[in-house]
Design a protein around this ligand. Structure first.
Ligand code: GTP
Length: 376
């Protein structure tokens, strides 16, 4: 039975990948952080191997070469920290812990230091696009996580402004305009991306509710709210795979044709729903399965139970039925609605059809012996 519910849970979980919004954010993080790292590591490697990629690069920059070894250490640090970040995201359940935040802000500060020196000390214009690409990468990778995004882009973005003030010895209006335009592009872009993310979450939730509704429709009997025949057969298949024996009751309402003929089909429906409710109240635990087998016939499966326990459930059904006192004026056995039941115990090598057939035979005997009773 455990396996049955596990199987069900597994199927359901594969459909419901995200339990909540933060699960969705976690999944997005685990997908985008490797790419974010790839961009950071690639840029850091380009800087580390600059003299191979551009001959005599270090000699061409002239002044302030004493900080070059420090820049190399910093870019190596960026590579190390970026790889650690991926590792953390995969080891932890893909959430931004304070440690990940600290790593992110450190990477950004390291880049800020590099780009400040590229621009201010060596007057290298390619440092601007480097900052812009890094910021746009962060936007694409982290737009759904505002704190992480802000932690990464703020130092870089402010450094770009600071470097411009330094290099121009004051505020350069044209640069300020470009900087402000890029800031607006960033903010607007994040807003649009976030809208798509929220839209996707909304659609996902709607689909989840729809799947849950379809799941109920596929496994439940609409009239009585009990399990339907298909889910009963699945339950039985699983129960037969377990080592522990279980018992099964088959129940049929006595003289139900006459009930319908006398009270009408709609009253018949109501009677079946009441009998089903009463059966649900009579079983031992919610793990016991009450199912509508067809028409006015029901099946109860009692996992890990003996024939005696099944007999106790049968007795409880009869007592509850007696207390409920549903009138049945045309029954030959009572003035109230009664039921007949067949009980059987599972055997090794049993099949679903076999155990149902045995319960059916026992039910037939109960009918033959006068109804309003149970037989095993
Ligand atoms: N109201 C209603 N009647 C149903 C439903 N499904 C089956 N029935 C009726 O249940 C009756 C079953 O009748 P029979 O199989 O002859 O059995 P019975 O009258 O209960 O007699 P015994 O079982 O021998 O006691 C039929 O008249 C079916 O139409 C249902 O969903 N709603």
């Amino acid at each position: 039975m455990e396996q049955h519910s596990n199987n069900k849970r597994r199927t359901f979980n594969s459909v419901r990948m995200w339990q909540n919004h933060s699960d969705m954010v976690s999944q997005a993080l685990s997908v985008s952080i490797p790419w974010f790292t790839f961009v950071n590591v690639s840029f850091a490697l380009i800087i580390l191997f600059r003299n191979i990629l551009i001959s005599n690069f270090d000699r061409s920059i002239g002044a302030h070469t004493e900080i070059l070894p420090f820049i190399d250490e910093i870019t190596s640090g960026i590579i190390g920290l970026s790889l650690l970040l991926v590792l953390f995201i995969y080891r932890l359940p893909a959430r931004f812990t304070p440690l990940c935040m600290a790593m992110l802000v450190t990477i950004s500060l390291m880049w800020s230091y590099c780009s400040y020196n590229f621009i201010v000390s060596w007057q290298l214009p390619f440092a601007w696009p480097l900052s812009v690409i890094l910021v746009l990468t962060a936007l694409a990778a982290l737009y759904y996580h505002p704190t992480a995004l802000l932690l990464f882009i703020t130092p870089l973005w402010l450094t770009a402004l600071l470097a411009s003030v330094q290099i121009n010895q004051g505020v350069n209006v044209r640069f300020l305009l470009v900087w402000l335009t890029l800031t607006a592009i960033l903010i607007y872009g994040r807003f649009i991306l976030q809208r798509w993310f929220d839209e996707a979450w909304l659609r996902y939730q709607e689909n989840r509710m729809l799947i849950a509704r379809l799941d109920v429709m596929a496994h439940q009997d609409a009239l009585t709210g009990t399990a339907n025949r298909r889910s009963m057969e699945n339950f039985l298949d699983d129960a037969l795979l377990q080592a522990e024996p279980f018992s099964l009751l088959m129940l049929d309402v006595d003289y139900f044709k006459r009930y319908n003929d006398h009270y009408g089909h709609q009253a018949g429906d109501e009677c079946l729903a009441k009998v089903a409710d009463l059966m649900k109240r009579s079983v031992r635990t919610p793990a016991d399965l009450v199912a509508r087998y067809g028409g006015e016939e029901f099946v109860i499966v009692l996992p890990a139970s003996s024939l005696n326990e099944a007999a106790q459930v049968a007795e409880r059904i009869q007592t509850n039925l007696h207390e409920t006192s549903l009138p049945h004026a045309t029954s030959e056995v009572s003035e109230m609605v009664t039921v007949s039941m067949g009980i059987t115990l599972s055997k090794s090598g049993d099949s679903t059809a076999g155990i149902i057939a045995r319960a059916d035979e026992a039910l037939y005997r109960a009918k033959q012996q006068g109804r309003n009773r149970w037989e095993k």
